[in-house]
Design a protein around this ligand. Sequence first.
Ligand code: RRX
Ligand code: FE2
Length: 516
Amino acid sequence: MQYDYSKNKEEHPEPIKAEVKGLIPEWLQGTLIRNGPGLFSLGETRYNHWFDGMALLHSFTIKKGEVIYRSKYLRGDTYNNNTQANRIVVSEMGTMAYPDPCKNIFSKVITFLSHTIPDFTDNCANNIIKYGNDYHATSETNYIRKIDPNTLETQDKVDYLKYLPANIVASHTHYDTEGNSYSMGTSIAEKGKTKYILFKVPGGSRSDGSSPLKSAEVMCTVPCRSLLTPSYHHSFSMTENYFVFIEQPLKLDILKMATAYLRRVSWASCMKFHPEDSTLIHLIDRKTKKEVGFKFYTGAMAVFHQVNAFEDDGHVVFDVICYDDNSLYEMFYLDKLKEQMGAESTYCKPKCKRFVLPLSDTGEMGEDLVKLKYTTASAVKEKDGKVLCQGEVLCDGVELPRINYNFNGKKYRYSYMCCVDTSPVAKKIVKFDAETKQQIEWTGGDCFASEPVFIPRPDAVDEDDGVVLTSVINAKPAQGGFLLLLDGKSFKEVARACIDVDLHMDMHGYFIPDSS
Ligand SMILES: CC1=C(/C=C/C(C)=C/C=C/C(C)=C/C=C/C=C(C)/C=C/C=C(C)/C=C/C2=C(C)C[C@@H](O)CC2(C)C)C(C)(C)CCC1
Ligand SMILES: [Fe+2]
């Protein structure tokens, strides 16, 4: 059973009605938009890394028990320039592009200079972010692209740098119940300082119709521990009173980046995991906008996805998916994916770990300050305000975690994730219970499932009362993919909406309920 990660996929912009098997609950009305790379070669050129592919958006609109599917390439400047030239002319994280190979030395120098402070890609193939009432396709440069969530048309190019000092912004955002969004970025060498910034974008639309980012407010900044090597970050977590940001030893080397174009290497080659370093955990008080007094730290780990965080009896608990190195990124090089298919994966398995940060310092030196009975996570007091944290492994071999978002920042039990035990495709998805440590699996034989998105039933009381949506690629030849609906409690199939289309493997999705 194979999946060809480097195959270019066709778009299907005209609505396609799915064939529904089973019964879709009446209350489930809305659109699931998912984003991921779909085009990997243009003319004679090809991308090196799966994350580099051109963004292909697809959506499943659910109404009165029926499902409509459509997909469309994001027509950003990158897409337009690449397709016009019929070759890759814009660099991505894992692929450095050289627009015109036949230039004379003078224009080569000009091109080099313009790439030293280059204009970055707007190929936003990673996620969907809502700011105000606008939906955007996102990657992690300073550009995002507004999209029409109904037609998947590409709209305005939005430049974070116009509103905030943020050269890189993580593609995972948080939302509160009032519709405000919270994002995190890195400001590189602004006024000689490199720092991380957390910002809030108010909900609702602006009266002049301009980007909601115009009302963005910097909530707090965290100085970078090493000015020329900021940490890569892809997500953070948030509770009612705190933000949790992990400054990990997976670092970008700014000096290497400045010469990457000249050295003909990719931006990704300037990102390195430093196993000899520790991982700093920043706990930021949302009211004072300052870090709490402790210096929480743990051993070297690489984290892309945080599951959730919550406050409990004088502690902040947070769960993350972590790795011992950067093999997640390494695994997705297209050449490697070809080699690995069918074989056992060589990449180090991710672990879902729970960490606990004590909020008060009443213990003795050397004492474990964690007083919660239900976890083995520890936080040992050391000198100079340092606290050494050790996580508890909740489970392993899981990625792309989602929760009932009504429980974001609150004590929670369930997460829904992809299983990545033996190969770089998810043949199983799981519901994981953090209280009992039990897992329930769904597997569809020759099927690859995407990140499972939980939708709560309106007025539900139980955390797992709702459905889980995942788009599934059918590996059986000549069989189309489908949108799968699982019951949030039993994890049993409720319905599937079959689409006679060769679906693409995607990254992340966002569900827009009809009421919003
Ligand atoms: C860094 C930097 C710059 C450049 C920045 C650039 C180009 C950034 C681009 C960043 C991108 C594209 C980031 C993407 C991150 C994606 C991540 C972390 C994806 C994780 C994916 C996972 C865990 C996938 C899991 C799986 C999938 C999809 C399929 C399943 O079947 C199996 C499973 C679970 C393994 C500038 C702006 C030049 C300026 C200076 C500094
Ligand atoms: Fe992600």
